[in-house]
Ligand binder design. Structure first.
Ligand code: PLP
Length: 368
């Protein structure tokens, strides 16, 4: 692993290595086209993949799938960029210990990179962290301290950040990359995600991007503002997130949303913002799974928000793309678990009305 990853750039590391032919998958009479192509560049395999959701939701929307890499998510790109920048600036040295507060994808991504480059890594999580995610990080060699006592003001997240600050103040070997303020976060997407979308979709009209730290969004908007043709960029956030000034509320699905305004966000670049209820996220995830595509929660949010937006705009001739940050395995005990769903969202969460923008006949999950 050490040698395989060393020397490759972010797009190489984040790419899958399987070369797959163009293929069509059919399911229950509905055919979703799954296009997957690959080519080789500079010795590294670059795989690009996208799915057109027209047959599932009744509207064309291409999903750019970012879950096919060794960390299983888009976060590998930001993690790679941040680590390489810190090493270049000599903030990160062989005696350093990387430290980060993450309960999910970034922690796994940093674990992969730390293992491959020989750094030590401590990932601060809390009691809400998914068991298998914590195990995955441990197996990759990371330390995974679990914070159980919430900070009286900042809650568990605040307590995690406080712990990171205390560690860094106690010993200069600790290096905190801080994905919320690190410019490498958005630069990774400026350098890799956005150009890949532009290459794959030269007639792109509208791009939907889910927002957590807003690194993906800010990298993409900055790139497309400089591109040769105008692209509308729509940010998709969860209801209950305050990133774009909404009211704070309960959010149970990780990945998207923020309880403070993300420091990386510059709203002046963003054309539109859509907020999605978690129940709609869940229904979109199940809709996709019912057609063979097991995606993570943030993909359900982006798809639901995008379908709603496309339904409200004259979108017939638009080339629309949404970014799918990860796949669904991590969510088997939550979004795809009946008891979890019913406890939090009620008995009828999966049988409510049609998804915004999708024909009714296409939105009901099959009953077995
Ligand atoms: C599952 C998932 N979805 C969406 C995002 C949001 O990306 P960003 O933090 O770049 O806004 C992330 C990244 O943290 C993620 O892990």
């Amino acid at each position: 692993m050490h040698q395989v990853l060393r020397g490759l750039d972010a797009s190489d590391i984040s790419a899958g290595t399987n070369e797959q032919p163009r293929a069509l998958l059919g399911n229950g009479g509905h055919r979703a086209s799954y296009i997957c192509s690959s080519r080789f560049q500079r010795g590294g395999a670059l795989r690009r993949s996208s799915i057109d959701l027209r047959s599932i939701f009744g509207r064309s929307l291409f999903l750019k799938c970012e879950g096919f890499n060794f960390a299983g998510s888009i976060n590998l790109k930001a993690a790679t960029e941040m680590v390489e920048a810190a090493a270049r600036d000599r903030v990160l040295t062989p005696r350093s210990v990387l430290v980060e507060s993450s309960s999910g994808n970034l922690g796994v991504a940093l674990s992969v990179i730390a293992a491959s480059k020989g750094y030590q890594f401590l990932c601060l999580t809390d009691s809400r962290c998914n068991l298998s995610t914590g195990r995955r990080m441990e197996v990759l060699g990371s330390g995974v301290p679990i914070i159980t006592e919430p900070d009286p003001v900042g809650g568990l997240l605040g307590a995690r950040i406080q712990y990171v600050r205390t560690l860094c103040a106690s010993d200069d070997r600790y290096v905190w990359l801080d994905q919320y303020t690190n410019s490498g976060n958005w630069k990774a997407h400026y350098r890799t995600t956005a150009p890949a979308i532009a290459r794959h979709f030269p007639r792109l009209d509208v791009l939907f991007v889910g927002t957590g730290t807003t690194g993906t969004l800010m990298g993409c908007v900055r790139y497309f503002r400089e591109w040769h043709r105008p692209v509308r960029i729509v940010a998709v956030d969860s209801v209950g997130s305050v990133a774009f000034g909404g009211l704070p509320g309960r959010r149970m699905i990780p990945g998207l949303g923020a309880s403070i305004r993300p420091p990386l966000l510059d709203e002046s670049y963003v054309d539109d913002v859509v907020h999605v209820e978690e129940t709609d996220t869940i229904r979109a995830c199940h809709r996709l799974a019912g057609r063979g595509f097991l995606f993570g929660g943030s993909t359900g949010t982006v798809v639901s928000g995008a379908m709603g937006w496309l339904g409200r705009h004259d979108a017939r001739d638009l080339t629309a793309v949404a970014i799918a940050p990860d796949l669904g395995e991590r969510y088997l005990d939550t979004i795809y678990q009946t008891n979890w769903l019913q406890d939090l969202y009620g008995e009828d969460v999966l049988s409510a009305g049609p998804l915004d923008g999708a024909p009714d006949s296409l939105t009901r999950a099959p009953r077995w």
